[in-house]
Design a protein around this ligand. Structure first.
Ligand code: F0G
Length: 403
């Protein structure tokens, strides 16, 4: 395995510490080639589910043939292994008969970032990093803080001051991270962090290609849970676009290695006030059109200048995908429906159901299509949002019940 630039194909050694191509500055990716047959891989992955070894119990490292290797020890907390849950009333509300959620909020730090962090922090340890750092809207920071603490490495997190859910800030503090609050939004926090050229720091935002490798296993696990029968559509929220890029990479690799025949269409959903990918796609542009002052109640995806946009566009082309945006009110309604199903999620995750409802109404998706929506964060990640939106109504209902 080696690292390659997505633009000019320059190659680097696998463990070279680089976040951008030294020649053209574009994003990097890890090139994977596996020589085992699909039948053998499927059998080995299934057998590992019976094992108690730490790297077999991980829903990420179980698929290690497709992950960077040569590690003496991996930093894992049995992440992954998240179920597919049938969307009952919420599916019907969106007009769909066959909708399932893959709930990545049911991970060690309650969001999907753990899947990338187990690989990212393992690599950081391997290259001898003394400090790991990220900029974050709150979830990457919690996950980084937890995995760094578990690995015995110091963590520093750059947060946009006043724009992160308190539950997420508290989580990073609890895991012992150093907080750097930036007067500005996520995009500015990320630029500030990248300008810090302390050589002891190892950066772990999703421009780090090792993060993407871990996150791509969501699709491996999902396909296994579906007995390798791909759904028609996979839907996920879009922020900095690392996750959509990771899912697309998984689909490319699974198809190239004969593990799946059909590729599902990827649908990326953004919040209307933070929708640079949607605008770029809608207008058929070849360069990203950033949003200068992104605004949305879904603070996790309040991002105007997503770094992985080129990879995301490639995924949309490869899967014949779609991008759309949804308003904050549509997000709120969808979140309520997911909650009423007893499943729950944070606001950013609810963009998926809101987007699906819109696409069914516009007849862009057929009601009987098979669909998996990726729920990225747990309901308890953003209690402030719930209380602001619902507390007065919930209190009056309780009053009625008592009298
Ligand atoms: N959903 C949740 C709950 C998130 O926290 C994020 C991103 C996304 C979706 C979007 O994923 O960036 O890969 O497109 N959160 C980052 C963070 C930015 O700092 O926690 P993406």
């Amino acid at each position: 395995m080696h690292i390659r630039c997505i633009q000019c194909n320059t190659t680097l050694e696998l463990h070279e510490r680089a976040l951008a191509c030294p020649r053209c500055g574009d994003l990097l990716e890890i090139v994977v080639r596996v020589d085992r047959s699909p039948e053998e891989l499927k059998r080995v992955w299934r057998e590992r589910r019976m094992s108690n070894a730490a790297c077999d119990r991980s829903g990420v490292w179980r698929f290690r043939e497709f992950l960077p290797g040569d590690y003496q020890e991996v930093v894992t907390m049995a992440e992954g292994n998240t179920p597919l849950v049938r969307a009952r009333r919420s599916g019907a509300w969106a007009g769909l008969q066959n909708l399932q959620y893959k709930h990545l909020g049911w991970n060690p730090t309650a969001c999907f970032k753990d899947l990338g962090m187990t690989v990212g922090v393992t690599e950081a340890k391997h290259v001898g990093a003394q400090i790991v750092a990220c900029a974050s809207t709150g979830n990457t920071s919690g996950s980084l803080a937890a995995y760094a603490a578990y690995a015995g490495i110091a963590a520093r997190v750059y947060l946009p001051a006043g724009m992160v859910s308190l539950a997420k800030v508290a989580q990073s503090i609890d895991y012992g991270a150093e907080l750097v609050e930036i007067q500005g939004n996520f995009d500015q926090a990320l630029s500030t962090m990248l300008a810090d050229n302390d050589p002891r720091i190892y950066f772990l935002n999703s421009i780090n290609p090792f993060r993407i490798e871990g996150q791509k296993t969501v699709i491996f696990e999902m396909m296994e849970q579906l007995e390798w029968q791909p759904p028609d559509y996979v839907v996920c929220p879009g922020g900095n676009l690392g996750n959509s890029s990771a899912f697309g990479k998984a689909l490319e690799e699974l198809k190239a290695h004969g593990l799946i025949e059909k590729v599902p269409r990827m649908i990326v959903v953004q919040a209307a006030g933070a929708n640079p990918l949607y605008q770029t796609w809608r207008d058929g542009l070849t360069e990203l059109k950033p949003v200068a002052d992104p605004q949305t109640v879904a603070t996790a995806i309040r991002i105007g200048n997503p770094k992985s946009w080129k990879k995301a566009l490639r995924v949309l082309r490869f899967t014949n995908g779609m991008v759309l945006d949804v308003t904050d009110e549509e997000i709120g309604q969808a979140k309520e429906m997911i909650g009423r199903d007893g499943i729950g999620c944070e606001p950013a995750s609810a963009t998926t159901l809101a987007g699906l409802r819109k696409l069914v109404a516009q007849k862009k998706i057929e009601p009987e299509a098979t669909v998996v929506a990726i729920l990225t964060g747990h309901v308890l990640k953003d209690p402030d949002y719930i209380l602001k939106r619902h507390r007065p109504a919930a209190a009056s209902k309780a009053g009625v019940a008592k009298s």
